[in-house]
Design a protein around this ligand. Structure first.
Ligand code: HEC
Ligand code: HEC
Length: 209
């Protein structure tokens, strides 16, 4: 993981003044560093400007903790990605490698942090006619668990409404290929979607702006 010069200095400072800083301060400094790392791809406060990278601000704490555990267990594919900003810009990594380095305490703290931020819907193109068809498909197959058009935080099932289309499409593909473990009761609903139906759904989710 990238170590910025300030982190290096703060580490030295911590070890030189052992006992002066409370454990809470050290934990806060560590969390701060992790958040800066996440921001290199997920954007400031978890609001992504990159269609391949999901916005993680405002997702529920339970969903984030579960999701990170799923990466750790390799029940989600470890899709290669690149640092978009920062000193490691262009360096290849993936979410599994990133999460492998995190303690359970850090995961909890990160989840709490991002759950407290506001989800900002992506500004992206959509076709209103396809979105209208997608709305119907959503209502009869997905609304039960992804309430309010997939915009509800309470159902701990991620955010579909206003999430980046490219990212959602990739999620559809990894569910379809079986690389991403699918909730048991989502399977029958998801597996009966046609390719056209999936496109309609994507336009529907993109229509939330
Ligand atoms: C190098 C870029 C990069 C960094 C750094 C990074 N991520 Fe990610 N993250 C991604 C990409 C790309 C995806 C979507 C593809 C995938 O699932 O791997 C993703 C997916 C996620 C998801 C799943 C969201 C969902 O709706 O299912 C969560 C949660 C997440 N990241 C949290 C974090 C946290 C917390 C950090 C910091 C510790 C972090 N990420 C650091 C690129 C990154
Ligand atoms: C029985 C409940 C249930 C139904 C029905 C259901 N889902 Fe899900 N869905 C979930 C849960 C729980 C999660 C979170 C777990 C996970 O990430 O795999 C989820 C996650 C997702 C995600 C990943 C979101 C992210 O940010 O990573 C997508 C995309 C998705 N569902 C699409 C759909 C679509 C499209 C339908 C309708 C065809 C649907 N789901 C029907 C329960 C359901």
């Amino acid at each position: 993981m990238f170590r910025s010069p300030t982190k290096f200095l703060s580490t030295l400072c911590v070890s030189a003044v052992m006992g002066c800083m409370s454990i809470a301060d050290i934990a806060a400094a560590e969390l701060d560093e992790l958040i800066r790392d996440c921001a290199n791809c997920h954007g400031m406060d978890g609001v992504s400007s990159e269609p391949e990278v999901p916005t993680i601000a405002g997702l529920s704490e339970i969903f984030i903790v579960d999701t990170l555990a799923i990466y750790k267990d390799r029940d989600r594919p470890c899709i290669e990605t690149e640092y978009l900003e920062g000193g490691n810009k262009g360096v290849k990594t993936d979410m599994c490698k990133i999460i492998d380095e995190l303690s359970d305490e850090s995961i909890e703290a990160l989840a709490k942090y991002y759950a407290g931020k506001e989800f900002v819907r992506a500004k992206q193109n959509f076709d209103p006619d396809l979105a209208a068809r997608g709305q119907k498909i959503h209502k009869s197959n997905c609304e039960k668990c992804h309430e309010d058009g997939g915009s509800s935080v309470e159902d701990d099932a991620g955010m579909l409404a206003g999430q980046w289309t490219s990212y959602l499409e990739q999620s559809f593909n990894s569910y379809a290929s079986g690389e991403r473990l699918m909730p048991k009761k989502m399977k029958p609903k998801f597996n009966k979607l046609t390719d056209e139906g999936k496109q309609d759904l994507l336009h529907f989710y993109a229509s939330f702006q």
